[in-house]
Ligand binder design. Sequence first.
Ligand SMILES: Nc1ncnc2c1ncn2[C@@H]1O[C@H](COP(=O)(O)OP(=O)(O)O)[C@@H](O)[C@H]1O
Ligand code: SF4
Ligand SMILES: [Mg+2]
Length: 366
Amino acid sequence: MLTERRLESLLEVRGLHTYFYTYEGVVKAVNSVSFVLNRGEITGLVGESGSGKSVTAQSIVRLVKAPGKIVEGEVWLDGQDLMSCSEHEMQSVRGRMISTIFQEPRAALNPLFTVGDQIGRVIQLREGCSRKAAEGLAIEVMRAVEIADPERRAGAYPHELSGGMCQRIMVAIALSANPLLLIADEPTTGLDVTVQAQVLDLIRLRVKSAGSACLFITHDLGVVAELCERVIVMYAGRVVEQGPVAEIFSNPRHPYTQGLIASTLRVDINKPISTIPGTVPDAVLLPSGCTFHPRCPFAEELCEQEEPSMAAAGMQHRARCHIVSGRIEGEMREDAWELAVAQAGGTDSFLQSVQGDTTDPEVGIE
Ligand SMILES: Nc1ncnc2c1ncn2[C@@H]1O[C@H](COP(=O)(O)OP(=O)(O)O)[C@@H](O)[C@H]1O
Ligand code: SF4
Ligand SMILES: [Mg+2]
């Protein structure tokens, strides 16, 4: 059984801690995060802005910038311990085994080479083919991500292209590398809906056909429902719920996940769209006990005093909440978020009361 599981899993992250040492104090951006990515599967990583998604991705490839530091934890890729690799070995891992699409495509592209060259180099490395053949394949890949007139665009430098175009080039480079693991951090930001759908199709096709794994970071739960097999929900640097997408969407057990799902579902046009009250806490001064307690409609005294640990909530489904572990009685009401809004006298006053001067109801619901 153990052997079977080892074969299935491609990436194992165990007890990862990444902290930022700032003048204001220590920011525990990633705080004891553990998860497994299976081959042939796409796993969504969701959570509000500032919850630690990007720093988790940067930690896996060991590209955390100062004043950040990975202070503890293990990352195993295909049986290889990435934390004990030298920087030279990591460069090879990044080039050959892991592809990343980060949030700022322009910063990730090399300003000194044309985009066609940059895609071509990755293909040459993978195929061991001639430069000329790689150039031809690069044009094909550019066409696949819907870049019009790819022959001409291949000769352009990153600064000559729009942000959306650079994003597509990044996707093209990441997919050309044929990686074992693809890490995509909001890869479709800045792309129009049609291109978004095409990029998602390309990622799905690549992961399924190559038996690789993908960590897909997004704020769009609709994309997670459509694209991913599994989902990991982060809050204030911690994983608060994880499991199969079908199970978590039909039976979310952590109140934060329930709020996230409720805030994106408009069940009835006459009902207000629920929004989770408050914002992600100050990363330096995290609340005591369960860090979600100031925003949780189910919080009891124990929640302020003691941090919950992960508890089983179903088959391969775990959540970090005292209700799930049975420590408190909390009766999960499906309509708890709607009630909270109604009690405040409607969506507008609810948002005003909990979000201070935030005027955009979507802010903070990344
Ligand atoms: N360079 C940095 N210096 C200090 N804190 C940082 C830095 N980068 C990220 N953080 C902090 O780490 C936390 C997680 O950030 P991030 O992973 O970017 O969030 P997400 O991707 O979920 O929006 C945030 O509280 C953020 O303020
Ligand atoms: S532990 Fe308490 S405060 Fe935290 S999510 Fe569960 S019920 Fe809410
Ligand atoms: Mg991010």
